[in-house]
Design a protein around this ligand. Structure first.
Ligand SMILES: Nc1ncnc2c1ncn2[C@@H]1O[C@H](COP(=O)(O)OP(=O)(O)OP(=O)(O)O)[C@@H](O)[C@H]1O
Ligand SMILES: [Mg+2]
Length: 416
């Protein structure tokens, strides 16, 4: 029987850690049999940036992108290969670019989720356009910033409508801080959003049909933000966080995204749900890094072997029909959304596929992470990320967390 070969392309910026891990796991996995017995083999390449004809055919069947959010030449290439060549992309480049944090808030509110009260205010500084002076003098209404803030209530957050990396985010406690922050916002377009005085911050990383909910500590330095703590949410809140993440991802056709929710008592408040192409660095994910790499390999292999079509069209009406269903409670809607998300992600088929075609993968990854090859990657990564006087400390820190993962994972596989 012939073997079908699939080429996966990686669009990368400065990172070398996860691409090396991804490539290594794929290599160790080797050829995979589909449910009907066909053989499939995988190659992985880093994509280079060069001129492309708009009718050129790409060599890749699937692309993982961590670059196009700031580099616009490959961004346009992604749109071309999605539109013209049916290349499988984990995130629809169209919704990823048009649906920033603001649009995700709107979608979530429309679906009945508990997004905190949010107002978008006009630019503080004039927009750099010769038509601005006339347009704003004719159409911009004067507005009372104090009254808006008063209505939302203090404390509140002022943050850019598109967000990312905490740029321009501030917590506002009073009128003085409000004006200082607005004056500083300059050319950024800002939201005012009610602050949630949360018990727990849950950040969930979704890769295809899988979601990992992690306890997040936003005030800590990068390497301590994800705490290793299991069962930090009540089961119902945990299930709600997972469902909300899968819902947003299915809604926008995002399959590699991270989502932020604030949990207070029994309530789950989504605050940031448009982080497609999220950070999956070894130094930030540490204990959760092997899970992320496995999920990425599994989802890519599943998509390629089952010839999963890339879906660029949105199915918003089906989601809105649930939102508009009279008499349906919030919990019932979440269950119904979960059903749509399962259908989009083919959850059952994916799980069957993993259990049969990829049953060796857990052991393969455990052996690799426990071995010297992974340790070399860990050391190399620390050396490239931190200044020399911190190498020893970070190597010990990461080794400790990864040893913990090896221990937990060995116990899990032994018990299975
Ligand atoms: N409504 C809110 N209530 C409480 N805390 C909030 C709220 N909005 C934002 N924050 C805090 O501010 C941080 C940054 O906000 P947000 O995630 O919206 O911005 P960002 O620029 O997308 O940041 P990142 O790239 O880290 O996700 C959050 O991680 C959280 O700690
Ligand atoms: Mg955020």
């Amino acid at each position: 029987m012939t073997t079908a070969r699939h080429l996966i392309g990686l669009l990368l910026g400065t990172e070398d850690d996860w691409p090396t891990a991804f490539d290594e796991i794929l290599r160790r996995l080797g050829p995979v049999k589909s449910l009907d017995g066909g053989a499939h083999a995988f190659d992985c390449e880093r994509i280079t940036i060069e001129p492309f004809g708009l009718r050129d055919r790409p060599r890749y069947q699937l692309v993982i992108d961590r670059l196009a959010y700031w580099y616009y030449h490959p961004r346009e290439w992604l749109k071309k290969v999605a539109m013209m060549d049916g290349v499988y992309l984990l995130n629809s480049p169209f919704t990823f670019q048009s649906m920033e944090k603001h649009a995700a808030y709107c979608a979530m509110m429309r679906l009945g989720l508990k997004v905190p009260e949010t107002v978008l205010v006009p630019y503080k500084n004039p927009v750099d356009n010769s038509r601005y002076a006339y347009t704003s003098s004719r159409y911009n209404q004067p507005f009372d910033l104090d009254a808006i803030a008063q209505k939302i209530g203090y404390p509140l957050f002022m943050k850019p409508y598109d967000g990312g990396a905490w740029r321009g985010v501030s917590r506002i406690n009073n009128v003085t801080e409000l004006h200082a922050a607005y004056d500083q916002s300059g050319e950024m377009l800002m939201h005012l959003q009610k602050a949630i005085d949360y018990d727990v911050f849950a950040r969930s990383l979704s890769i295809g049909a899988e979601t990992m909910v992690m306890k997040f500590q936003p005030d800590q330095p990068m390497h301590l933000r994800y705490a290793v703590e299991h069962s930090f949410l009540a089961p119902e809140a945990g299930a709600e966080v997972v469902t909300i993440g899968r819902l947003v991802n299915a809604f926008f056709r995002w399959e590699f995204n991270s989502c932020e929710t604030l949990v207070k008592g029994g309530d789950v408040y989504p605050i940031d749900y448009a982080n497609a192409c999220p950070d999956v660095a070894l130094t930030s994910l540490h204990y959760y890094f092997p899970w992320a790499m496995k999920a990425l390999v599994k989802w890519c292999v599943f998509a390629l072997v089952t010839d999963r079509p890339a879906r660029l069209d949105l199915d918003t009406d089906r989601f809105f029909a649930i939102a508009d269903e009279p008499g349906m409670s919030y919990e019932e809607k979440l269950t119904a959304y979960g059903g749509l998300a399962d259908a989009y992600f083919e959850t059952e088929r994916y799980q069957d596929f993993c259990a049969t075609s990829l049953s060796r993968l857990d052991q393969i990854v455990l052996d690799w992470v426990a071995g010297p090859g992974f340790d070399e990657l860990l050391v190399r990564t620390v050396q490239s990320v931190y200044p020399e006087h911190e190498h020893e400390m970070f190597i010990a820190h990461l080794r400790g967390l990864l040893h913990l993962w090896v221990r937990d994972e060995s116990a899990r596989l032994d018990a299975a």
